[in-house]
Design a protein around this ligand. Sequence first.
Ligand code: CP
Length: 438
Amino acid sequence: MPILPTLEGLHSAESLDRAFLEAFYGRVEELLAHPEDFSGALAGRLVGLVFEEPSTRTRVSFQAAVERLGGDALVVAGAEATSRAKGESLADMARVLGSYVDLLVWRHSADGASRLVARHAGVPVVNAGDGRLGHPTQTLLDLTLLHRRLGALEGRVVGLLGDLRHGRTARSLAWGLAVERASVLLLPGAGLEWEPAFEQRLVDRFGLRVRQVVHPLIRAWTGRDEARLLAPPGIEQPALFPGACDGLERLDALYLTRLQDERGARPGRGGYPGVTTAQLRDPLLAHTLLLHPLPRRDELPAELDDDPRMVAFEQAALGPTVRMAVLLSMLRPDAWPLPSLAPLPAGQPEPGLGACVNPNCVVRAEGLATPWRVVGGKRRRFLCALCDSQLPVDYVGCRTTSRVHPVHSQAAQRISPENLRPFRDREEAVAAGFAWGG
Ligand code: CP
């Protein structure tokens, strides 16, 4: 069975690369400088905005973007207003709506929903936020703001503060910052760290160095003396002594996030971290930009709004322009092309793998077989193609030889990706007609 094709659209910050980002920043500047040049760019085009979760900024800024470009937007806000309330599957709804419009923008509460929509829609799909997983147009917005304020991001240090476990914006931005060779300082609230497997994938993909750094503000924010700094190779030197900590001397930007209590998040002991007027007098923060995807709560108090370091509303104001650039790249590449996004594989369903390990994966919500994809070179990992969770695969078979091998063996490494068939255990492989080794 052949590997399924790649997914059309923008589903993850994992699709970004430096060539795309450089060109993207340039397109945003063109749009800001000469909006009149783009006023009819989407004439005759219909964009569907499907928001199955609440949204102010993303939904309205996409609608503003479509209309500023001369197109029409068809807005579906709230799953309860659709036949999803009558039990219609996400796949069926995607297929139907995809036959009505030229592009779909979709927000959903389950991890991987936009990729599932893209498998069925027949038109490009843009992820407007799916569960805890991704919010790539927010990442483009965040990176554009940082780039406009700081210039090249290589070597910059950006802190991610708050709910890293349930928040999609911080997770998505971490990937974008790694693409830009910026360092990422992890400042999760107590009990709100992201999964080690996600960080390991980021570290492996970009060859990041992980250092422990200390600063009194780190204790105030996280309740711990030290925090992990993920730094690109060649930017930060490893500590002189293994296990040693360095003082944190630089923080170019701090990205605050709210507690995602709609996803079951609860503040840990000591409360939820944020910034205060007193903290902003610390020399470390003298020039630190304060970003927030919004909406905010107490973590970024309104009394800081007049501080020149507070840029969250400037960030939000870029939303329509950033989304105009995204729409142009997908619907008018003839006139306004951007370098191709790295495609995400659609994955291949494998009923034998069982349900995805992630309880919030859209595969579980929709009762589907888990489609898998493979990443890594010598040390392959099998991921859910929809939510990126690592699947429990200990053996792989070769479809052409019908032999099965331990996943990290040399024989397994020689199997080309299109011939791989993953198994959780050896017995399952034998039951499927695969012979051992050879
Ligand atoms: N930043 C963001 O996604 O905001 P909304 O939830 O209001 O769209």
